[in-house]
Design a protein around this ligand. Structure first.
Ligand SMILES: N[C@@H](CCC[C@H](N)C(=O)O)C(=O)O
Length: 288
């Protein structure tokens, strides 16, 4: 029987990014892609955040992040705020460090009681780190377009690795494009050997950006925290926005700071608890 049978979970969201939090610190079990997909069929989610026993002193847990197609990601900003809220409410802590595949993440409560900040680390810009399939010396804009060659529909995205790969297309109206149609084409474009999260972003002014994201492995979402970080950083690199910027996503607001002193990206926003449940054993009857 699967170790997940009868196990408790929490359904949460990070400004509309659908998150399931599963605390497996008491169980030695690594969730398989089949199990992750089975969970998604029971509790639809964008990301499943699994807490595993800590591997390093001073950390609360090693976090594995699954997309709803069963693939794993190195980062999920909105999911981290959900994990943090759950931990802080259970323990009374106001700060914690977690390990993810992308490295250590420091998180804390504030600046208001309902806000949580995640230090998402330092963004990477080298083409090999995104990763891209071919060399681009300047990743502030890369040569990539869809649509007719002489009248492209979307073109010249900025690319950033924020613990996961992101491409940001700059547009005047984020709602004027069929992201459900173009998202999968761009996510799976051969230029992205590990696929990519695809964002449409509009710079309103130097302090404010609106955006919409098609998530790698999860599809259209109401919010993607790492995409908000990637977009804010890409806009600042282009000298089109300040290093502290307000991001408006379909599901809500995030504040992103690309900290001057060490280039770490700080993401601040809310996290919402929805309900708790337990997985029925039969959910995993036919999974590996
Ligand atoms: N929603 C997340 C990012 C999700 C991961 C992504 N789909 C990937 O595979 O990289 C966020 O809030 O950062």
């Amino acid at each position: 029987m699967s170790a997940l049978a009868n196990h408790a979970f929490a359904k949460m969201n990070g400004i509309g990014n659908e998150i399931v939090v599963l605390d497996l610190r008491d169980v030695k079990h690594v969730v398989t892609p089949d199990e992750a997909r089975a969970v998604a069929s029971r509790v639809p989610y964008d990301q499943l955040m699994v807490l595993q026993p800590p591997r390093l002193d001073g950390t609360e847990a090693f976090i594995r992040i699954y997309n709803n197609d069963g693939s794993e990601s190195g980062a999920c900003g909105n999911g981290m705020r959900c994990v943090v809220r759950r931990l802080f409410e259970a323990t009374g802590q106001a700060a914690a460090t977690f390990e993810t595949r992308a490295g250590l993440l420091n998180c804390w409560q504030g600046p208001a009681p309902d806000l949580y900040t995640v230090d998402m680390g330092v963004p990477k810009f080298a083409w090999q780190d995104i990763p891209l399939a071919e060399e681009f010396r300047d990743t502030r804009y890369i040569e990539l377009q869809i649509g007719p060659i002489d009248a492209p529909i979307l073109h010249s995205p900025s690319v950033v690795n924020m613990g996961n790969p992101h491409a940001v297309f700059w547009v005047d109206d984020i709602n004027a494009y069929d992201l459900e149609r173009f998202g999968p084409l761009l996510e799976n474009h051969p230029i992205f050997p590990e696929r990519a999260n695809i964002t449409l972003a509009h710079i309103v002014d130097r302090d404010h950006i609106t955006m919409r994201t098609w998530e790698r492995g999860a599809g259209l979402t109401r919010a993607c925290g790492s995409a908000a970080c990637a977009t804010a950083v890409a806009a600042a690199r282009l000298k089109r926005a300040n290093r502290i910027v307000q991001m408006t996503l379909p599901g809500g607001e995030l504040t992103i700071e690309w900290r001057e002193r060490d280039d770490h990206v700080l993401m601040t926003g809310t996290a919402t608890f929805e309900f708790e449940g337990r997985f029925e054993p039969q959910l995993f009857a036919s999974v590996a």
